[in-house]
Design a protein. Structure first.
Length: 121
C-alpha cells in the first residue's frame, strides 16, 4: 500500500464533508476552487446536470499576469474574469466551495474578486 501525504488525505476528508452540505443547482451553481503551488483554478459547476458551465485558471491562454505582483493579485484577477464569464453565461448567484482550503490568502482574494465582478454568494 502506497504512503500518502497526510495533508492531502486531510484535505480530501474536508472536501467530502463539505460536499455533503454544498450542492450546486441550475439556479445557483457551485463555484469550486482548486489551488496548487503555482496556479489557481476555478469552475462553476451545475451538480444537477453534472456539467461545468464556466472555468478559468491562471494557466489559460487569454490570462496575462505580466503586470501582476504575486499570486494573490493573480487570484483576484481570476475572480474578476470568472465573474465576467459567468455574467455572459447568465449566472448571477453561486454557492462558494472553497475546496477544503482555509478562507485566507489566494482563496479569499479570488472570492473578493468574484464579488467585485458581480457574483453573489
Amino acid at each position: 500500500m502506497a504512503k500518502t501525504n497526510p495533508k492531502v488525505t486531510a484535505r480530501k476528508k474536508r472536501v467530502q464533508r463539505i460536499r455533503v452540505k454544498i450542492f450546486g443547482t441550475t439556479e445557483r451553481p457551485r463555484m469550486s476552487v482548486y489551488r496548487s503551488n503555482k496556479h489557481i483554478y476555478v469552475q462553476i459547476i451545475d451538480d444537477m446536470q453534472h456539467k461545468t458551465l464556466v472555468a478559468m485558471s491562471t494557466e489559460d491562454k487569454n490570462f496575462d499576469c505580466t503586470e501582476l505582483n504575486g499570486k494573490c493579485e493573480q487570484a483576484k484577477r481570476i475572480g474578476l474574469l470568472i465573474a465576467e464569464k459567468a455574467k455572459i453565461a447568465g449566472i448571477e448567484k453561486v454557492v462558494f466551495d472553497r475546496g477544503g482550503y482555509i478562507y485566507h490568502g489566494r482563496v479569499k482574494a479570488l472570492s473578493e474578486g468574484a464579488r467585485e465582478g458581480g457574483l453573489q454568494f
